[in-house]
Ligand binder design. Structure first.
Ligand code: 2BA
Ligand code: 2BA
Length: 108
């Protein structure tokens, strides 16, 4: 068995979960925060049989889009700890996936 940890953008999470459950995959959704943009994103835990990994990755590819985001990060630029915001273009990926081997899966 494998566990896919998928970090996706909030905008894509709803349709992705719909498609996964429609195809009988089980999903747990966690609200998460990106360390760089400090904005909300969604982390999905998807436990699946080894041979289903490609199917799940295909569903994720179909639902998750790369987007250019302009954000204003705060930076120290002046003496005396004055913070000024500056615009920054960041390309946020469709999804970041970690695929792990599951040693044991138990349902009680
Ligand atoms: P359980 O299988 O006992 O799952 C309870 C909760 O545990 C799930 O909540 C989900 O958050 C998590 N979970 C279970 N298996 C998982 C896995 N392989 N990967 C990631 N997370 C997992 P819900 O998704 O709200 O599901 C509640 C109950 O509805 C489930 O109880 C199951 O009996 C049924 N169910 C869930 N997804 C289904 C699906 N695609 N098709 C048919 N029945 C489903
Ligand atoms: P954030 O940390 O908010 O990052 C959003 C986007 O900002 C990233 O998109 C990347 O394009 C850029 N970025 C992140 N850290 C950077 C840095 N140190 N320097 C320059 N640019 C940086 P993605 O790479 O597509 O990542 C989207 C979200 O996925 C991330 O949100 C983070 O929550 C998660 N993530 C990505 N890679 C990760 C990893 N290796 N471990 C854990 N979480 C990861």
């Amino acid at each position: 068995m494998k566990l896919i940890i998928a970090i996706v953008q909030d905008q894509d999470a709803h349709s992705l979960i719909e498609d996964l459950t429609e195809e009988e995959f089980r999903v747990t959704k966690l609200a998460s925060t990106g360390g760089f943009l400090k904005g909300g994103n969604t982390t999905l835990l998807i436990g699946i049989e080894d041979e289903k990994v490609d199917d799940v990755v295909e569903i994720i590819e179909r639902n998750c889009k790369t987007r250019e985001i302009t954000t204003s990060l705060l930076t120290v630029s002046m003496p005396g700890d004055t913070y000024i915001p500056y615009p920054l273009e960041v390309k946020v990926g469709g999804a970041t996936l970690f695929i792990l081997d599951v040693e044991k899966h138990i349902r009680i």
